[in-house]
Ligand binder design. Structure first.
Ligand SMILES: C[S@@+](CC[C@H](N)C(=O)[O-])C[C@H]1O[C@@H](n2cnc3c(N)ncnc32)[C@H](O)[C@@H]1O
Length: 248
C-alpha cells in the first residue's frame, strides 16, 4: 500500500500521549481521560509493571541463563514508564524510547519521583547508541505498521549486546470478529473500513499483525540463539513475547 493509504500512527500516539496517557497504555475504564492518577489507581497502574518485569527476568534467567545483574537496559515504546521504572531499578543504566512527547514528559516525571537518576527517555531509536544487556518492547510494535516495525526490530536486534537478552512482543493474528471486512466478500464495507482508518481524527489505536517467521529469521540471522515464546491472547488479539539471547 502506498504512503497516502497509511495511517500516521505517530500522530495518533502524540494525541494519546497528550489526552489519554494512562489509558493509552492500560486500556481499563479506570484510566480513561485521566491526566493524573489518585493513589489507588496509580498503585494499580504501576503494580502491573512491577509484577511483569520480575516475571520476564525470571524467564530470561531460568530458561536462558541470563545473568541476574543487568548493565544497560533499553525499553522501546516506554510510554509513561510503567516498565522502564522496574527495569531501571534492576539495571545500572536504563533508556526509554517513545515518539510521543506527552508520554516522554510523564515518563521523565515518574522516573524523577521514583528517584531513578540512572534512567533517561529519548524520542527515537536514532538517538540511542551502544550495546544493551537487555532490550525490551511490550505492546508497542502492534501499534506500528509492520513495514516500519521490521526496521525497528532490526535496530533493537543491533542494539542488543552479545550475550544480552531481548524480550520482544509481536502480535501475530486475531479472531475473526476483529478482522477487517473482506475486499472480495464485502467490498463496500472494506472501503468504509479503510476510509475510517485513513480519516478518523488523531487518537485511534491501530492494531497490526506481524509475520512471526520473518521476525524469527531476522533474529536468527543476527545471532540470537534459543527462543522461548510466551503466547498471549488480549481479547482476541493473539501475540507472543519472544524471550531470547544473542549468542552469536
Ligand atoms: C500501549 S503503549 C505501551 C507502553 C509501555 N510499553 C508499557 O507497556 O507500559 C505503546 C507506546 O508505544 C509508543 N510508540 C508508538 N509508536 C512509536 C514509535 N514509532 N516509536 C517509539 N514509540 C512509539 C506510544 O507512544 C506508547 O507510549
Amino acid at each position: 500500500m502506498s504512503g497516502i493509504f497509511r495511517r500516521d500512527t505517530d500522530r495518533d500516539w502524540e494525541t494519546l500521549g497528550a489526552n489519554q496517557p494512562y489509558w493509552g497504555v492500560y486500556t481499563h475504564p479506570d484510566f480513561v481521560g485521566q491526566q493524573s492518577l489518585d493513589s489507588e489507581k496509580r498503585a494499580t497502574f504501576f503494580e502491573s509493571g512491577e509484577s511483569f518485569i520480575p516475571w520476564l527476568r525470571a524467564s530470561l534467567e531460568q530458561r536462558l541463563g541470563a545473568p541476574a545483574e543487568i548493565g544497560a537496559a533499553l525499553d522501546f515504546g516506554c510510554g509513561v514508564g510503567r516498565l522502564l521504572i522496574p527495569m531501571a531499578k534492576r539495571a545500572t543504566r536504563a533508556v526509554g524510547v517513545d515518539s510521543s512527547a506527552g508520554m516522554r514528559e510523564r515518563c521523565a516525571a515518574h522516573l524523577a519521583e521514583a528517584g531513578l537518576s540512572n534512567a533517561s527517555v529519548v524520542a527515537s531509536l536514532d538517538e540511542v547508541k551502544g550495546a544493551f544487556d537487555w532490550v525490551n518492547s511490550y505492546i508497542v510494535l502492534q501499534h506500528i505498521e509492520p513495514k516500519r516495525g521490521y526496521g525497528f526490530i532490526e535496530r533493537l536486534s543491533a542494539l542488543t549486546a552479545r550475550g544480552g537478552s531481548l524480550t520482544l512482543h509481536v502480535t501475530t493474528g486475531r479472531d475473526a470478529h476483529l478482522r477487517g471486512p473482506s475486499w472480495l466478500k464485502a467490498p463496500q464495507q472494506a472501503i468504509a473500513h479503510l476510509l475510517h482508518h485513513l480519516l478518523a481524527k488523531p487518537g485511534l489505536i491501530m492494531m497490526y499483525d506481524y509475520d512471526l517467521a520473518r521476525v524469527i529469521a531476522l533474529l536468527t540471522r543476527d545471532g540470537f540463539g534459543p527462543m522461548y515464546l510466551e503466547p498471549l491472547n488480549h481479547g482476541g488479539h493473539h501475540s507472543v513475547i519472544i524471550h531470547t539471547r544473542k549468542i552469536g
